[in-house]
Ligand binder design. Structure first.
Ligand code: UT7
Length: 356
């Protein structure tokens, strides 16, 4: 073969390798897992700690109880490991078959090393790539889109996306404005490459930075390292100006859902499930109304688990897994500190009723 032949062969193979002319690779969710610690904090328990009551918490937020990981020596990694083990066991997944692990959290075990590296090691995943993602409560939907892009690149075929939070470690049980809100838990999904029109179909992700002072852990980072003063001032806990955050959450979650619906010709009729971040039942109601989706199509478990930050959405997927069918149209939406928010459109890839 002369130089012309070699030139043609080389360019043809480059063309064939170009994913744009091969079948499109999608990132399908092929398994879910979850874990919630057994211990419960009820509204009656909180009434003994701060000036609050069940009626206020139920009418303003919609939470009856939340889970707590009481072991002082266990962090968010413990919850993540239990959730991933649940996924591996029920779906028959070999931990060594995973290419990478992305861990969404706002309550990492440590500043470093990453919680993802601890979790992958404990699970026996081998020397895969791992990293933590922090985008406040929407961290899971951010991690989902990032994981999906690793798959779409054609370089990886199996990515585990885990969201885990030990929110009770960041909660001030002397502050009645925030202590009823949060709970602990973890959820995870496995992303796998497919050529079917299934999986993470679209995502709208936003942040604007205007929320910094309204929802923040004031100390412990490089801008305000821990001192006796920061501890005395209780700056290592969640600080939230609820009303401001509430208003932005409603507007931004609603708008991002409408954005993803319009971009993909989704209507209240062809959406099978809405999975909203579980921060406040009144926000969830507003999102469902704006989307025009009846309440039966909205996953809601805030009453039992409260706000587990980035873990709320995968915990819902885990709880509803048995009802999910191949081809179901899901819209997930979340909002949190920053402000940061977004919505993701997923076409479900398997029949959950067949999973044990
Ligand atoms: O997940 C990240 C994103 N976060 C969110 O999306 C949360 C958004 N915000 C909210 O969900 C709500 O703002 C809260 C649930 C946090 C608070 O509800 P609210 O209806 O905005 O209450 P508020 O802060 O305006 O407080 C109303 C009243 C106040 O009393 P006054 O000033 O009217 O006398 C508070 O002091 O309720 C009082 N209050 C309480 N009363 C009994 C605040 N916390 C409590 C409490 N029990 N736990």
């Amino acid at each position: 073969m002369g130089w012309l032949g070699a030139f043609l062969v080389s360019n043809l193979s480059r063309l064939l390798c170009n994913t744009s002319i091969m079948n499109k690779i999608n990132a399908a969710i092929t398994a879910v897992g979850g874990y919630l610690p057994e211990d419960v904090i009820t509204n009656a328990d909180l009434e003994k700690l701060v000036d609050t009551n069940d009626e206020w918490i139920m009418t303003r937020v919609g939470i009856k109880e939340r889970r707590v990981l009481r072991d002082k020596d266990k962090g968010a990694s413990y919850l993540a490991i239990r959730a991933a083990q649940d996924l591996f066991d029920r779906h028959g997944i070999d931990p060594t078959s995973i290419d990478g692990l992305i861990l969404a959290t706002n309550t990492a075990d440590y500043h470093f090393p990453s919680t993802a590296s601890i979790v992958a090691h404990e699970l026996g995943c081998g020397d895969i790539f791992t990293f933590d993602m922090q985008a406040a409560c929407p961290s899971f939907i951010y991690a989902l889109e990032v994981g999906a892009n690793f798959i779409r690149s054609g370089r990886y075929t199996k990515i585990l996306v885990v969201a885990t939070e030990k929110m009770t470690a960041a909660t001030d049980y002397q502050d009645r404005a925030t202590c009823p809100l949060f709970g602990d838990g973890a959820g995870c999904v496995l992303l796998e490459a497919t050529e079917e029109e299934l999986g993470v179909m679209d995502a709208v992700l936003h942040s604007n930075g205007i929320g910094k002072d309204h929802l923040i852990m004031k100390a412990g980072g490089s801008a305000c390292p821990a001192t006796h003063e920061t501890v005395d001032n209780r700056w290592h806990y969640v600080y939230q100006e609820g009303q401001v955050v509430f208003k932005h959450a409603v507007v931004d979650m609603c708008n991002s859902c409408v954005e993803v619906m319009e971009r993909n010709n989704l209507t209240h009729e062809n959406i099978t499930w809405v999975i909203p971040h579980q921060a406040n039942l009144r926000i969830i109601d507003a999102v469902a109304r704006r989307m025009g989706v009846p309440y039966e199509k909205v996953m809601v478990n805030i009453e039992r688990y409260g706000n587990t930050s980035s873990a709320t959405i995968p915990i819902c997927l885990w709880e509803w897994e048995h009802k999910l069918k191949k081809g179901d149209v899901l819209v997930m939406t979340s909002f949190g500190a920053g402000f940061t928010w977004g919505a993701v459109y997923v076409k479900w890839a398997y029949d959950g009723s067949t999973v044990r």
